[in-house]
Ligand binder design. Structure first.
Ligand code: HEM
Length: 148
């Protein structure tokens, strides 16, 4: 049967990711090792523990699905990241700097290739920027600059 454009694209994308050493096993390792660091962090740890409590297995499973959908186009993540973060009133912009720092540190330790490291760091930075825009951007702050 003829493949659709989307199927061909997904296969090529997946093949390229596999070439970088990215597969389901690596996504699983990445998520497990990253959240071990997050939980041990004195600033981020308490925020995550407070919200997630005893739901860590479900959170880790969801994060594996999320990163699998991004890196391997599995198409099976159906969550909504923005509302999940908008409700976190205790989070400030500097927490995102720390999150990204830990994420990069962890990739330094576990990445199979430099390409895999760049791939995940760049996606994480873009998503962090988009979450921060939703959480913290207030157009009124820009208007203040326009006042004489
Ligand atoms: C300081 C930064 C961050 C904090 C404190 C934070 C915290 C959290 C918490 C506590 C949850 C669980 C919400 C719940 O189950 O009720 C969550 C979910 C999630 N986070 Fe973050 N997060 C941060 C940054 C990020 C970044 C940068 C990404 C992506 C690159 C991300 C991706 C996700 C995703 C995909 C979910 C699951 C959303 C869903 O499907 O319900 N988070 N986050």
């Amino acid at each position: 049967m003829e493949q659709s454009f989307a199927e061909i694209h997904r296969e090529n994308y997946r093949r390229q990711a596999n070439g970088y050493g990215i597969d389901e096993a690596f996504v699983s390792l990445l998520v497990e090792s990253f959240y071990a660091k997050v939980r041990a962090d004195k600033d981020l740890g308490p925020i995550f523990e407070g919200v997630i409590g005893d739901r860590w297995p479900a959170h880790l499973a969801r994060m594996k699905t999320f990163w699998g959908a991004i890196a391997l186009k599995t198409g099976d993540y159906h969550g909504r990241p923005m509302p999940a973060h908008l409700k976190l009133k205790q989070v400030e912009p500097w927490h995102f700097d720390r999150w990204l720092e830990l994420f990069a540190q962890n990739l330094d330790e576990v990445s199979p290739t430099p390409e895999a490291k760049n791939f995940f760091n760049s996606r994480a930075n873009n998503i962090a920027r988009s979450l921060m825009t939703g959480m913290f951007y207030n157009p009124a702050d820009d208007l203040k600059d326009l006042k004489p």
